[in-house]
Design a protein around this ligand. Structure first.
Ligand code: AHR
Length: 510
């Protein structure tokens, strides 16, 4: 039996839970847009062609902010292709994903969808093949009330009121040699600086994200952030991080400890940003936007839907691309990645799980058919719903186990929040051990636990194994109630092997 003792104290907080931590991502890639969120002719489609079965799942999942329209796609995208009468919009080759883009769905359609989904929009601009001019025109189109060329064009295209988009990404993964218009750190840093300046001259109230490294394994990681921020420090508010994890060669223990890597990645980027700030003698702090993260099985050359193989296929509209089917282990990892983001909520103010539908996504849909929840849907949905108020620092003494990639790691992983308005502590727990249950005891200091704590758990279903997945009409991997007790002010529960759980504890201050 594994044991873990956790202490949280009402006075030791890491700031307010940034609600933008529960973001997601819609890219013009594979079937995320077409037959994902948008499918006129689907039995559930509304008057705008949006799938209401998918919209219902999005609302259950609860993302707060959605990044759009890419990803690698944005680095070759002309945003003007996606406005105006649909029948006049050009069909284009998208080199990033080797597809034909019909442009039937563009900025107005996405804004209408976002309004229905109740999410904030995080708009990415093209800094691969485009630059300052296209970016400032887009800001004028989206945010200026009227009386100018671009703002009047928006009104002519049916949107009288400005879209008022606050949050913008200055390009995507510009450090990556695969990126259309890939740049050196100096080339990108200068372009991002001038683009940010020009965008803010149109609308001073924008919040801007500069591209950090595509992942912490990039050869330029660290140096890239330093150079880019040296150019952009006073012009931007955030630097981005991207990370994808997968199980290698059946090494589940290392995979389950992926959040150790996330923790390090975040600390290193924050330290680099602060070092640049110190060098520039700036009073400003740059925060982090973890705007792509998830589990992603980047499988060698084995399937047609892998990015390096799709270029061998004929040019098609919205083919199946990286439609990973997630299992129980993946769901536990996603829970721990959310925990890492939450623990660092003082610096990570935005995070976007990539992506929302079909493409490495918590929600899947079939053309003309059903939509369903993948296993990873659940930790996201419950964390987004329950993580409110203040982030509580957690002091953990957990039994540990050895992993090949990260050495000894805590078997039990935790994040916690305290919502004073609702008198509730939330605990998000994972048992990364594959074989043993974990007895967990949580001591609340400065808070008195009342009766009525409830817990839910996601684990391996009876008679199944850790690789069990969900499918259309088959959602056997989900949440079930878990027994939780409160005794002498301590919360006690037993986590099954390989599980993720959330606990709600009613509390009083005292
Ligand atoms: O999310 C899938 C792809 O992963 C994105 O287009 C790109 O930014 C990243 O490499």
């Amino acid at each position: 039996m594994t044991r873990a003792r956790i202490v949280v104290d009402r006075d030791f907080t890491a700031g307010e839970v940034p609600r933008r931590l529960f973001g997601s991502f819609v890219e013009h890639m594979g079937r995320c847009v077409y037959t994902g969120i948008y499918e006129p002719g689907h039995p559930s489609a509304d008057e705008d062609g949006f799938r209401t079965d998918v919209l219902d799942l999005v609302s259950e999942m609860g993302p707060t902010v959605i990044r759009y329209p890419g990803g690698n796609f944005v680095s070759g995208y002309r945003w003007t292709d996606g406005i105006g009468p649909v029948e006049d919009r050009p069909r284009r080759l998208d080199g990033a994903w080797h597809t034909v883009e019909s442009n039937r769905f563009g900025l107005h359609e996405f804004m209408a969808w976002a309004r229905k989904a109740g999410v904030e929009v995080m708009e990415a601009i093209n800094l691969g093949t485009a630059g300052v001019e296209e970016a400032r025109a887009l800001v004028e189109y989206a945010n200026h009330p009227g009386g100018t060329y671009w703002s009047d064009l928006r009104r002519k295209n049916g949107a009288e009121e400005p879209f008022d988009i606050r949050l913008w990404c200055l390009g995507n993964e510009m450090d990556g040699p695969w990126q259309i218009g890939h740049k050196t750190a100096t080339e990108y840093g200068r372009l991002a600086q001038e683009t940010a300046k020009a965008m803010r001259l149109v609308d001073p109230g924008l919040e801007l994200v500069a591209c950090g490294s595509s992942n912490s394994g990039m050869p330029t990681f660290g140096a890239w952030e330093e150079t880019v921020l040296t150019h952009t420090y006073e012009e931007v508010d955030f630097i981005s991080l991207h990370a994808y994890y997968q199980e290698h060669d059946g090494d589940a223990a290392s995979f389950l400890a992926s959040s150790v890597d996330t923790d390090h990645f975040i600390s290193r980027v924050a330290a680099t940003a602060d070092a640049v700030g110190a060098k520039l003698k700036s009073k400003k702090q740059i925060n982090l936007s973890f705007d792509e993260w998830n589990v992603w099985y980047q499988r060698g050359l084995d399937t047609e839907d892998q990015p390096h193989r799709i270029a061998e296929q004929p040019w098609r509209e919205h083919p199946r691309v990286i439609e990973d089917t997630y299992n129980v282990t993946d769901a536990v990892v996603v829970g721990t990645l959310l925990n890492s983001l939450l623990r660092h909520g003082d610096r990570v103010q935005i995070a976007n799980q990539a992506q929302l539908v079909n493409v490495i996504a918590p929600i899947r849909s079939e053309e003309g058919g059903p939509a369903w929840r993948q296993t990873i849907f659940h930790p996201f949905a419950r964390t987004a719903a329950l993580a409110k108020g203040q982030i509580l620092q957690t002091v953990v003494s957990s039994d540990q186990h050895e992993t090949a990639r990260f050495g000894d790691v805590d078997t039990v992983d935790v994040a916690s929040t305290y919502d004073a308005a609702n008198g509730q502590v939330a605990l998000f727990l994972a048992n990364r051990g594959l074989d043993e249950a974990a007895d967990v005891e949580v001591e609340l200091r400065g808070l008195v636990a009342d009766e009525g704590a409830v817990a839910e758990v996601l684990t391996v279903p009876e008679g199944a194994d850790r690789l069990t997945t969900n499918g259309p009409g088959q959602e056997g991997v989900g949440l079930r109630d878990l027994e939780v007790g409160v005794q002498d002010g301590r919360v006690r529960l037993s986590l099954p092997p390989l599980s993720w759980a959330c606990v709600q504890v009613p509390v009083r201050e005292g």
